[in-house]
Design a protein around this ligand. Structure first.
Ligand code: SF4
Length: 243
C-alpha cells in the first residue's frame, strides 16, 4: 500500500527502491509488488503474440480483473484476434480493452493501407503509438512483456523503469525462451496458432515473416528495414511526426 512517503517519492527513487526490492524476485512477486504500488492505476499492454500468454497466465493467477490493453491495428493476423478471445476465455480475464487507431488519422496518412511499405515508423506511429496514448490515460504504470533475450535495445532492460511520465514494469525481463516454454507447459497455456507454423514473434501481417536468422526470434519482424521495435517504447522526441 502506498504511504505518504512513497506517494511523495521521486520516480528515480521509486524505481531504484523497487528494483532493489525485486532483485531475485519471481515474475509473480513483481506483478504483486506492482499492484501494491500502483493498484488500479496499473495495466498490461499485450500484443497477444507468441509469448503473451505467459504474462497473461501470471496476471490471471494474481488478479484476472487487471485491465489488459490490446491495440488492434487493423493489420493483425486473424489468428491473433481469435487467440485474444481464446485466452480471455481460458484465463478468465475480465477486462480486456481493445483500442483501435483513429479512423480519421488513418484516412489522412494511409488511405490505401500501404504506408507500412514506404514508412513503417509512421505506420506504427498512427496505428499503434497514438492509439495507446488515450488508452493509458488514468494509468500510472504499465506492464510490458519485453525480455532481455529479445536482444537489441532490450539487452539491458530493468524490471522497473520510468519513461514519458509513467512507470513500466517488466516482470519477464530475465526470462529466456526456456522459462517461457516451461511455464507454457506447466500452466497448459494455449499456443498462438502461428507458432506451430514457425513464427516465434508475431506482429502485424505485413511486417511479420518467419525468422531470417534462426538464432534471433525477432529477425522476422520488419525484414530488410532498420527497425526492430514498433515505437511504443520510444521517447516522444525519437518518434516520427505524422501530424
Ligand atoms: Fe504498420 Fe507494420 Fe507497424 Fe503494423 S507493424 S503498424 S503494419 S508498420
Amino acid at each position: 500500500m502506498e504511504t505518504l512517503d512513497t506517494a511523495l517519492e521521486a520516480p528515480e527513487a521509486k524505481v531504484a527502491r523497487l528494483n532493489a526490492e525485486m532483485r531475485g524476485g519471481s515474475a509473480q512477486d513483481i506483478i504483486r509488488t506492482a499492484l501494491r504500488e500502483f493498484g488500479p492505476k496499473l495495466t498490461y499492454v499485450s500484443s497477444f503474440g507468441a509469448e503473451s500468454a505467459a504474462m497473461l497466465g501470471l496476471i490471471a493467477d494474481v488478479d484476472p480483473s487487471l485491465p489488459v490493453i490490446f491495440i488492434d491495428t487493423g493489420m493483425h493476423f486473424q489468428q491473433t484476434l481469435q487467440y485474444r478471445d481464446a485466452l480471455r476465455d481460458f484465463l478468465g480475464l475480465s477486462d480486456i480493452r481493445t483500442v483501435v487507431p483513429d479512423a480519421g488519422e488513418v484516412k489522412a496518412v494511409d488511405p490505401r493501407y500501404i504506408l507500412h511499405k514506404s514508412d513503417p515508423d509512421a505506420c506504427c506511429e498512427v496505428r499503434k503509438v497514438r492509439p495507446l496514448e488515450p488508452a493509458l490515460r488514468g494509468f500510472d504504470a504499465w506492464i510490458t512483456g519485453r525480455k532481455r533475450f529479445h536482444g537489441g535495445g532490450r539487452l539491458a532492460l530493468p524490471v522497473f523503469e520510468f519513461s514519458e511520465g509513467r512507470y513500466k514494469v517488466n516482470p519477464l525481463a530475465g526470462w529466456g525462451p526456456e522459462e517461457v516454454a516451461v511455464y507454457f507447459e506447466a500452466r497448459r497455456l494455449p499456443v498462438h496458432p502461428l507458432v506451430a507454423e514457425g513464427y516465434p514473434s508475431i506482429g502485424c501481417w505485413p511486417c511479420t515473416v518467419r525468422p531470417v536468422d534462426p538464432s534471433d526470434v525477432r529477425s522476422g519482424r520488419w525484414v530488410g528495414r532498420d527497425k526492430s521495435e514498433c515505437g511504443l517504447h520510444l521517447e516522444r522526441k525519437d518518434r516520427p511526426r505524422v501530424f
